[in-house]
Design a protein around this ligand. Structure first.
Ligand SMILES: Cc1cc2nc3c(=O)[nH]c(=O)nc-3n(C[C@H](O)[C@H](O)[C@H](O)COP(=O)(O)O)c2cc1C
Length: 190
């Protein structure tokens, strides 16, 4: 399977990147093709709501001239997309939220009679880490992810939510095992 893995923490070797590296390692070992993107290295400006993208049906058609176009192409070429983000104020990082907003250009919904969803049937997975607990803390990022997947007509492949993270070096073998099992689960036939 061709997989695009998008790391959305500004820390390139933080908790999220560490967990994601185990997921990617397992995917690579299983023979999948994994493309990794460090979102915070890219120039990605916020959606301007210019909506000219809604007048183009066969491609993103986004009017913002930045690295978003490279990510759109990578997403369209992938069968599965992993969104990885630490929990920032109960949600995605600003960088990942910016990308998610920009993906409105993949959903041509302004003509209600004939909507087009360019990410339809792509599998999406979520990886998130947080300092606090999973319960009553990571529920909003999980809910936002679920609604995003539903809205884009994509397919939910799974969510890996890891609470009580301190430093990357403190992520133990139990977390590594969860990450590897998660990689196997999200690529198993539906
Ligand atoms: C701006 C900011 C906001 C945060 N908000 C939350 C939060 O709402 N809940 C939580 O449990 N942890 C929160 N954290 C902690 C991070 O989610 C946690 O340390 C995470 O594992 C960092 O991942 P990283 O090393 O990949 O960046 C926040 C950290 C920062 C810097």
């Amino acid at each position: 399977m061709r997989i695009l893995s998008i790391q959305g923490s500004p820390r390139h070797a933080g908790n999220t990147a560490s967990v994601l590296a185990w997921v990617e390692d397992e995917l690579n070992q299983a023979g999948h093709t994994v493309e990794h993107v460090e979102l915070c290295e890219l120039e990605l400006r916020p959606c301007l709501e210019d909506l000219s993208c809604q007048e183009v049906y066969d491609r993103p058609g986004c009017a913002i001239n930045d690295d978003g176009h490279a990510i759109y192409d990578q997403m369209l070429a992938a069968e599965m997309i992993i969104l990885a983000s630490p929990l920032f104020c109960w949600s995605f990082t600003a960088q990942m939220k910016t990308l998610i907003d920009r993906l409105i250009c993949m959903c041509k919904v302004f003509d209600l009679e004939a909507p087009v969803f360019l990410l339809q049937n792509k599998r999406f997975a979520l990886v998130s880490t947080a300092a606090g607990p999973e319960e009553g803390n990571m529920d909003l990022i999980a809910e936002t992810f679920d609604r995003f997947v539903e809205y884009t007509h994509a397919v939910p492949a799974g969510k890996l939510l890891i609470g009580h993270c301190t430093a990357p070096r403190a992520l133990g073998p139990d977390i590594q095992k969860r990450a590897r099992t998660f990689a196997q689960e999200i690529t198993s036939p539906a």
